[in-house]
Design a binder for this molecule. Structure first.
Ligand code: FES
Length: 265
């Protein structure tokens, strides 16, 4: 363990931890769009800037990439940092004018409007909410291990989608991309037997049916993929049953056990 100072408060840090991770654990608010604790630091959104204090010297760095080393002292809000954040938020307001979370963050920093031209695309699969933080691309590639989506185009025409905007059969339909998106830009929809990844070129993924209640409950490809990673005993105990039926089954077993009755599958 080491200790660092954030806004004058001494905080314990574990080896290899970043300043942003320590701050979050300590309940110190630092805005961040491209950070997720399951992913390697990326440093794309720049909102998590902090000021490192070294005697008379000061340096502005991204806290999501800054290692917490013994004696490090940082300040998370200064007039200069807030000024930089306000400019960044203006850029994000222009890039993603329909993103409610960006609007709220901007308001918090006193930014009500943007001086930059708003990018509004009719029929945008990402609902004019994408800030290109890339967290969806990284979670799909680095955590799920699939890589169904990526950046497309360059400069002001950069977007995130499936290759050639075509339905992508490698997509498992897990929805991790939507889960981590900080601006709720990604949409998916479960129809009767299929999950439609609306943002990803309407990629369609069949859903798996529960052996007990018959309900379609999870993408077929994703459950097969996840089951492969489980130990065989646990895999066998899941028996293609939806979480609801599994929970009910466990409750029934617990009741039988408490009544001294034998437990049967
Ligand atoms: S969270 Fe640090 S740069 Fe985005």
């Amino acid at each position: 363990m080491t200790s660092i100072i954030i806004n004058g408060k001494t905080c314990a840090a574990q080896a290899g931890e970043t300043v942003l991770a320590v701050a979050r654990r300590e309940g110190i608010d630092i805005p961040a769009l491209c950070y997720d604790e399951t992913l390697a630091p990326y440093g794309a959104c720049r909102l998590c800037l902090v000021e490192v204090v070294k005697g008379e010297k000061k340096e502005t760095v991204t806290s999501c990439t800054l290692q917490a080393v013994e004696g490090l002292e940082v300040v998370t809000e200064t007039p200069e940092i807030n000024k930089l954040r306000r400019v960044l938020l203006e850029l994000y307001l222009a890039q993603a004018p329909r993103a409610e979370s960006i609007r709220k963050l901007a308001e918090k920093y006193g930014v009500g409007t943007t001086r930059f031209a708003k990018r509004v695309v009719r029929g945008d699969p990402l609902q004019n909410r994408c800030v290109l933080c890339g967290i969806c691309v990284r979670v799909c590639r680095d955590v799920i291990g699939v890589g169904a989506i990526n950046y497309i185009g360059r400069g002001q025409f950069t977007e995130i989608n499936t290759p050639f905007y075509e339905e992508n059969e490698v997509c498992l339909g897990c929805g991790a991309c939507a889960e981590v998106c900080p601006t709720q830009a990604i949409s998916l929809e479960d129809t009767a037997e299929t999950r439609v990844m609306k943002s990803w070129s309407e990629t369609r993924v069949p859903l798996k049916q529960c052996n007990v209640c018959g309900r379609y409950y999870a993408p077929e490809a994703f459950t097969s993929y996840a089951y492969e990673k489980l130990d065989p005993e646990l895999k066998a105990s899941l028996k293609d049953v939806c979480p609801d039926c599994r929970r009910k089954g466990m409750t029934r077993q617990a009741i039988r056990l408490s009544m001294g009755e034998p437990v049967t599958g």
